[in-house]
Design a protein around this ligand. Structure first.
Ligand code: S5P
Length: 263
């Protein structure tokens, strides 16, 4: 992507993408926190420590024990206060009729509070159409899982290309991708990349990590989703800052390099 976050913020029309790029530019961060903790209080306390350093808070709402609906209200309040978007990593994967209900109903009422959700494209276009029926009038955004970080996953280049095509057809609702690299140069779409740590290692269950530098500079993605690298740290604020600086510097050097090449 040759354009800066700021240039893209001025150009995009989807309200969620615009807000996201504006937060990134003004807070100078391309870090999303994967807050995979099972206690509401722990998540709230973590937000107070790292909220000013992130542009997205990614949740797995269904791993929280004793979920209380007031929790998502508190998340919305903190998102407004610190300036980040809420992304529920629900990974919808069913027929349109079912995902519509999962998105708007049940005990989590995801569409009422999550600015962003994501979906696998395996079921075909109906999954996007079903989610869109709920999300579009609330001005929500959808991310398509176009690639995964896990070892041995079954996603092929052709499948990834189909995600790009589906996104183009529904650009009024699809705002980007979960991917390991930039998969389209279309500036309307943001790329969020999980599997980020300072050491490019692997965990015992097949998670593969790449560094902030590789993801942002070499693979040209936009946002780094960091989980255990921050929430498992004994000094999460300091580590969030380290990721923020690494991610932002990688972005700046990419932009500068590209500008020099094009001069
Ligand atoms: O391909 C993927 C897609 C996602 S959304 N690989 C992933 O790891 N994720 C999510 O990113 C995963 O569900 C988890 O919440 C986060 C990575 O966490 P970490 O602790 O490995 O940084």
């Amino acid at each position: 992507m040759k354009m800066t976050y700021k240039e893209r913020a001025l150009r995009v029309t989807h309200p969620v993408t615009k807000k996201l790029l504006e937060y990134m530019e003004s807070k100078k961060t391309n870090i999303g926190l994967a807050a995979d903790l099972s206690s509401q209080e722990e998540i709230i306390s973590l937000i107070h420590k790292v909220g000013e350093h992130i542009c997205v808070l990614k949740t797995h709402i269904d791993i929280i024990e004793n979920f209380d609906p007031s929790f998502t209200k508190r998340l919305q309040h903190l998102a407004e206060q610190f300036g980040f978007l809420l992304f529920e990593d629900r990974k919808f994967a069913d027929i349109g009729h079912t995902v519509l209900q999962q998105y708007q109903g049940g005990m989590y009422r995801i569409s009422e509070w999550a600015d962003l959700v994501n979906a696998h494209i395996l079921p075909g276009p109906g999954i996007v159409e079903g989610l869109k029926k709920v999300g579009i009038e609330r001005e929500r955004g959808l991310l398509l899982l176009a690639e995964m970080s896990s070892a041995g996953n079954f996603i092929t280049p052709q499948y990834t290309q189909s995600a790009v095509e589906l996104a183009m057809e529904h650009a009024d609702f699809v705002v980007g991708f979960i991917s390991q690299q930039q998969i389209t140069e279309d500036p309307r779409f943001v790329h969020l990349t999980p599997g980020i740590q300072f050491q490019d290692t692997q965990d015992v269950l097949g998670q593969r990590y790449i560094t902030p530098e590789i993801a942002i500079h070499m693979h040209r993605t936009d946002i780094l989703l960091v989980g255990r690298g921050i929430y498992r740290s004994t000094t999460p604020k300091e580590d969030a800052i380290r990721y923020q600086q690494a991610g932002w510097n990688a972005y700046l050097s990419r932009i500068t390099q590209r500008r020099c090449i094009s001069l």
